[in-house]
Design a protein around this ligand. Sequence first.
Ligand SMILES: [Zn+2]
Ligand SMILES: [Zn+2]
Ligand SMILES: [Zn+2]
Length: 235
Amino acid sequence: MKRCTKCEVEKPLEGFHKSARSPDGRQYWCKPCAIAAARERALRNPDAKREADRKYAASEKNKANRKARREGPQREVILEQKRQSWERHKEENARRAREARAAEPERFKEYYQRKYAANKEKILAQNRKWAVANRERVRAYRRQRSYGITPEEFDRKILDQNGRCEICGIEMHLMDERIKGGTTRTGICVDHCHKTGVVRGLICSGCNKGLGYFKDDPARLKAAAGYIAKYQQSS
Ligand SMILES: [Zn+2]
Ligand SMILES: [Zn+2]
Ligand SMILES: [Zn+2]
């Protein structure tokens, strides 16, 4: 037991903050007394308090303490607190970042360019990795950008067509697949009119290529059909 020299109450040693300078390794004032005194000092001189906080935050001691806490028995609790705090402030942080970018677009542009230049390989590798892991999202994004078809519209259309090509009726897959000796032509294509850009239907990549070779021209396609039929009958 040890007597606090401020409130003069006897308390166990743990009731006193640690102090390297004192003979028994603990401060002379008990924790509540020390905390109350610190609070009073902070109120009297907020600038000094802020400066002290800043100094402590940047100190090696703070780094070591934080590391010990992070890696100590409280590890899981701390991680969970961090996760929750991140979740709580997610939107606010995103909004602040947006505002900061909007306020100084040039500065941020420069910042990102510098960052990109310094980490180009790493960033490209990350992007590739993300694209591989999110293939469908990437494709949906491209479809929307190129043809203006939303993921919902695409899904509805593919359901309407029972997943089959609107021309040849073959069962389509999300994309052409490499197979032994070549490539399947069953990947889904968003077929659109090249003049107006309007989406016509979802067809397999084989039929899509065919339309392209025939220049999307009904007369040419009909002529080709007649030509094939003629030689089929006579053979
Ligand atoms: Zn005390
Ligand atoms: Zn087809
Ligand atoms: Zn020809």
